[in-house]
Write a protein that binds this ligand. Structure first.
Ligand code: FES
Length: 176
């Protein structure tokens, strides 16, 4: 299950072989092309932020002023929305992105212990990317799959009832 997939977003100027950790070079024209697709839509700012992250690998700070101008908002308002949602990154992610649910149901079923295990295994904390650029570990707050907690996503794919052993298996599978 992909957590976000815009039905509206059409473009991507990042070459297919570009690794996640490489920042796409800032290009105002490209950014404006992304933003322009959403300026007339209700909730267009969110779509534009997703589109920018899709193309650049993160939301470049250079885009805040453009977004503010195009959506008739202040820069602070744009930054407020961007920083409120954990999905929007300030840096490109690693090759594999792991999100561990920290919301109530998952916590009740062991997500804290699972998080501690993941941090120890990968040598990074939540919100960090490993030095080799292989893994990014992130917190997420309810994946809508509470019945089979604890839940994680690995590269956008949802996995339920994830034990420490299952987590290791999943990591080994993408590492090989
Ligand atoms: S609380 Fe984790 S999926 Fe809902």
């Amino acid at each position: 299950m992909k957590i976000w997939k815009s039905r509206l977003y059409k473009g991507c100027h990042v070459p297919k072989d570009k690794t996640h950790l490489e920042k796409a070079e800032w290009d105002e024209k490209d950014a404006l092309q992304v933003i322009a697709q959403f300026t007339v839509l209700k909730g267009g700012l969110m779509e534009a932020l997703h589109g920018l992250q899709h193309d650049f690998g993160y939301v470049p700070p250079e885009s805040y002023d453009l977004l503010a101008d195009e959506f008739n908002l202040s820069r602070a308002e744009v930054y407020g929305v961007k920083s409120f949602y954990h999905d929007f990154r300030s840096e490109p992610a690693g090759h594999h992105v792991i999100q561990i649910c920290q919301a109530e149901s998952c916590q009740a079923r062991g997500s804290r212990a699972l998080t501690a295990h993941a941090q120890e295994m990968l040598g990074i904390k939540l919100g960090e990317t490993s030095q080799d650029g292989h893994f990014t570990l992130e917190a997420v707050y309810c994946l809508g799959n509470c019945a089979v907690s604890p839940n994680i996503t690995l590269d956008g794919r949802l996995h339920g009832r994830v034990s420490a052993d299952r987590f290791e298996q999943l990591i080994k599978k993408v590492s090989s």
